[in-house]
Design a protein around this ligand. Structure first.
Ligand code: GLN
Length: 196
């Protein structure tokens, strides 16, 4: 299977590594930019996006991530989705700026900030369980962004070419459709990159 890195600075790294292994990918923890070399794709897990940014400011990691995200398959969940977005609100903060979307941090309010909901999706197999933990809200998307799942009509799983982003945590449910999709994106993208 494809070699898929999991950014291991902070957040729910292990659950993603297990989910990737379950779909036949080789999961590789990534703590330093040099470890991005030779990967077919990268998962940026949930956690706390401002903390991830602080940790990535060391060792040239932010620049390494940006370079990788500009050319290779990347899947961001929750805080990872925030890092991918072109624009971040509440508060505004730096990001990798590759996903043409505006994301509001903790966009579902404080009282109902975490929930497990049945989420409609266009992925084959019908609705899926979605675990939201202080989730961001995707408030705007550009024309190249395809909406794959929604919550109250708003996008919660989106794809823009080689980029995939979820405001929820597919790694915390048993349904592996999202990780299987990213495995296929990484397999295709990694090959295209090696051929180029
Ligand atoms: N609220 C977090 C943030 O703003 C994201 C939460 C998560 O990743 N589960 O970064």
């Amino acid at each position: 299977g494809p070699r898929i890195g999991v950014l291991a600075l902070q957040g729910d790294v292990d659950a993603h590594a297990r989910a990737l292994a379950e779909v036949g990918a080789v999961a590789v923890p990534v703590r330093l930019p040099a470890q991005l070399a030779g990967l077919d794709g990268l998962v940026i897990p949930g956690g706390e996006s401002s903390t991830l940014l602080k940790l990535a400011a060391r060792d040239g990691m932010f620049a390494g991530l940006k370079g990788f995200a500009e050319t290779m398959p990347v899947f961001g969940t929750c805080a990872g989705c925030i890092l991918l977005a072109r624009r971040v609100l509440r508060p505004e903060q730096a990001s990798l700026g590759v996903l043409d979307a505006t994301v509001e941090r903790n966009g579902y309010g404080r009282q109902i900030d975490s929930a497990i909901l049945e989420t409609p999706t266009v992925l084959p197999g019908g609705a899926m369980e979605a675990v939201y933990i202080r989730a961001p809200r995707i408030v705007a998307t550009g024309p190249a962004v395809e909406v794959l799942a929604t919550r109250d009509g708003e996008p919660v799983l989106v794809r823009q070419g080689r980029l995939l982003a979820a405001t929820f945590h597919p790694e915390l449910s048993a349904d592996r459709r999202v990780h299987r999709l990213f495995r296929d994106m990484a397999a295709a993208g990694g090959e295209a990159h090696r051929a180029a």
